[in-house]
Design a protein around this ligand. Structure first.
Ligand SMILES: NC(=O)c1ccc[n+]([C@@H]2O[C@H](COP(=O)([O-])OP(=O)(O)OC[C@H]3O[C@@H](n4cnc5c(N)ncnc54)[C@H](O)[C@@H]3O)[C@@H](O)[C@H]2O)c1
Length: 441
């Protein structure tokens, strides 16, 4: 059976990548792209750069690289701009973040230094531990949104970018629940004009991005674009959006391990996760408001994967705790411990211990790159763009955005299959079900 090839626009010209927040993740992403372009390093961890995709039957041996299978922007076409309330340029910010080696940063200083952060939309109420000087002023939140749109237009003209995407790499904002102002575009725009306290800075960027025709990805757990008002706007303007919260570190490990335990019907009594980290993200998360936003994002994962309602004997009432402690000596090199109390045949108890010495931003940077490239692909594909939420990018997130009424898919392997099947679908290739009976006919 031949399938329909879905029309996709070619990635002609430059792709402007607008980054909200110029901290550890953003500078590791931007500096990393430049280091790769100069041939200093490999894009390890990036599916768009290194991943392959099997096509057709196993006997056909067709396994192209993803970047050769779908038309993605080339790394050489990426140009960057950022906002941050801290006025450090990308070189200074990267030095302070302490992720990439100073010797590497010095090699690419000429590229990083001119990336000066534009003045941020910032309200300290949402990120208590930060004090920013490089901040926009405006009478209303609508004024601020318009200033962001002007920044975007200025960057579009100055850089000559043919297309844009925006990725939130800013701090985790204080916990915010959906409220009436988020329920419709009309209410949201009214709220922008009347300075509703329920509109967070990240929402203002997301609104400005969608209005400017730039797809939006949210790397933090803030609500941001995951509200009916902005999802409606995205559908209306046919702009792809996705989020929330890059799936790295401990949660990545959880979504690798938990599907394995469930697959073997191993029970779980408790999963205790604790982290120490010493970067600015850790400092921000030391504030209870920001931590609550993160905690909600991290906790939901296991419930969805293990489905206690379907497997009460195995997963009912398991105890799940996540702690994050700010511990400056570690910098960006986080340590995450997990203790799992599990049980097997006849209920006999066992334990698993994980000690993950990870580098948070090294894990997050390739995700930011993939999201920028895949969102740009979705924007050039009217069949995808008109749907707004890009659930096929759940692979990258701890709290994937999804259609109302659905539960999110958290299992990393199902997420990867969904992503690759979406690419096969776009190119008119057979979807892979792994049935495989035909090999025995
Ligand atoms: N590194 C990871 O593995 C990982 C994983 C998941 C999520 N995240 C999230 O990604 C975000 C970035 O992490 P990071 O380690 O780079 O943190 P960071 O503190 O180094 O950088 C965040 C930057 O955002 C800036 N910022 C804060 N509010 C802003 C605003 N309103 N507008 C523009 N900039 C603003 C801060 O000044 C800071 O420079 C955090 O929210 C973090 O929770 C990171």
């Amino acid at each position: 059976m031949t399938r329909k090839v879905i029309p996709i626009g070619e990635p002609e010209g430059k792709l402007g990548v607008l980054v909200c927040g110029l901290g550890a993740v953003a500078t590791t992403f931007i500096g990393g792209v430049e280091a790769i372009r100069r041939g200093y390093a490999q894009p390890i961890g990036s599916l768009t750069q290194m991943g392959t995709i099997r096509l057709g039957k196993r006997t056909e041996k067709r396994v192209p690289k993803i970047k050769d299978f779908v038309p993605l922007a080339d790394l050489s076409d990426l140009v960057f701009a950022a906002w941050d309330p801290i006025p450090d340029n990308a070189y200074e910010a990267a030095r302070k973040a302490g992720v990439l080696e100073p010797s590497l940063l010095d090699e690419i200083k000429d590229f990083l230094e001119p990336i000066e952060p534009m003045a941020a939309v910032f309200e300290q109420r949402f990120v208590k531990r930060l004090k920013g000087k490089n901040v926009k002023k405006g009478k209303t939140k609508m004024d601020l949104a318009e200033q962001v749109m002007e920044d975007i237009e200025r960057f579009r003209r100055a850089s000559g970018a043919a297309r844009l995407v925006m990725v939130w790499c800013g701090s985790t904002e204080s916990f915010l629940e959906e409220s009436p102002v988020h329920q419709s575009l009309a209410a949201f725009e009214k709220g922008l004009k009347s300075n509703s306290p329920d509109i967070a800075p990240s929402m203002i960027y997301a609104y400005a991005a969608i209005k400017s025709g730039a797809p939006f990805a949210n790397g933090a757990p803030n609500l941001t674009a995951d509200i009916p008002a902005l999802v409606d706007l995205a559908v209306q303007d046919q702009i792809p959006v996705c989020g929330k919260d890059f799936k790295t570190g401990q949660t990545l490990m959880k979504t690798i391990l938990a599907p394995g335990l469930k697959a073997r019907l191993i029970g779980l009594r408790g999963w205790f996760s604790t982290n120490i980290l010493g970067n600015r993200d850790g400092e921000v998360l030391d504030d209870p408001g920001s931590f609550k936003t993160k905690e909600e994002s991290k906790l939901s994962v296991l419930e969805y994967i293990l489905q206690p309602e379907l497997y009460p004997e195995l997963y009912k009432d398991f105890y799940h705790k996540v702690r994050i402690n700010y511990y400056p000596p570690r910098g960006d090199n986080k340590e995450g411990w997990d203790n799992l109390d599990i049980f097997g045949w006849l209920g006999y108890p066992m334990q698993i211990k994980i000690d993950f010495l990870c580098r948070d931003s090294i894990l997050a940077a390739p995700l930011a790159l993939d999201l920028a490239l895949f969102l740009d692909l979705a924007q050039r594909t009217p069949q995808m763009a008109r749907r707004g939420i890009q659930e096929w990018l759940s692979f990258y997130f701890k709290s994937p955005m999804h259609a109302p009424g659905l539960y999110p898919e958290h299992d990393l392997f199902i997420q990867l299959m969904k992503l690759k099947n979406t690419l096969r679908y776009l190119r008119g290739e057979e979807l892979i079900t792994h049935l495989g009976l035909e090999y025995y006919d």
